[in-house]
Write a protein that binds this ligand. Structure first.
Ligand code: PEP
Length: 249
């Protein structure tokens, strides 16, 4: 079986000004006391990315963007390209987060184009998929996720790889999580799909769980089979909480 380095990624969303950099200094100090058993990624707002990367790098924390445009440059007011994220110190980028899919009408095709742009720039895309509550209630969760995976993952990717994040939309920011059995079932389904389409590369791809992961439930979620880490929103904003989740690996 492929050995996958666990990954805990924090998604700060549209939160944080210069003051929030203090939390990264606090986290760095905690990680200096005991080395993490996982890759630690923070995805701050683009305005903080360069400064945060400078603080994070010496502590072994890597950074990522929260989105990128599919084009390398051009007339796209307000957007950020994958190359710009690299220039600001990023190694990862979240693509297809449900808030982007809902608030900005992003389709699987858009997400795939963004993933291709990220990979071309040398970034690892964290490709998000997940069903809504009504889709789960209708018994369509697996079909929805498989369709998103089919449409959002590029046909090929270079050695630096991709990451998948399974984030049930109804669990994001709500304090609700699926049962361990439901998480296991979905992660197994995703693994089977990745393996059947991409062979060894699919077997070696990290699958993160995201949606109301916090210090009190992280250990239980992180021990579920085929859960290779977490994508953490609210609980990544405070060093204490994020460190507790990192320590649960
Ligand atoms: C997210 O936004 O990716 C997320 C998982 O948020 P939260 O942890 O706050 O539910």
């Amino acid at each position: 079986m492929a050995s996958i380095t666990p990954l805990i990624a924090g998604n700060w969303k549209m939160n944080g000004t210069s003051l929030a950099l203090g939390e990264v200094r606090n986290l760095a100090a905690k990680l200096a006391e005991s080395a993490p058993r996982c890759t630690v990624v923070i995805c701050p707002p683009a305005t903080l990315l360069e400064r945060l990367s400078e603080i994070a790098a010496p502590a072994g924390i890597v950074t990522g963007g929260q989105d990128c445009h599919s084009a390398a440059s051009g007339a796209h007011t307000g957007d950020v390209s994958a190359q710009m994220l690299v220039d600001a110190g990023a190694q990862y980028v979240i693509v297809g987060h449900s808030e982007r899919r809902t608030n900005h009408g992003e389709t699987d095709e858009t997400v795939r184009a963004k993933s291709v742009a990220a990979l071309s720039a040398g970034l690892i895309p964290i490709i998000c998929v997940g069903e809504t509550e009504s889709e789960r209630d209708a018994g369509k969760a697996e079909a929805v996720v498989l369709t998103q995976l089919q449409g959002s993952i590029p046909a090929e990717w270079p050695g630096h790889g991709i990451v998948i994040a399974y984030e049930p939309v109804w669990a994001i920011g709500t304090g609700r999580t699926p049962t361990s059995a439901d998480i296991a079932q979905m992660h197994d389904t995703i693994r089977r799909d990745l393996e059947s389409r991409f062979g060894e590369r699919g077997a070696a791809t990290a699958i993160l769980y995201g949606g109301s992961m916090k210090p009190s439930n992280a250990a239980e979620i992180l021990r579920i089979s085929n859960v290779n880490g977490g994508l953490v929103g609210g609980a990544s904003l405070l060093a204490n909480d994020f460190h507790a989740i990192i320590s649960a690996v």
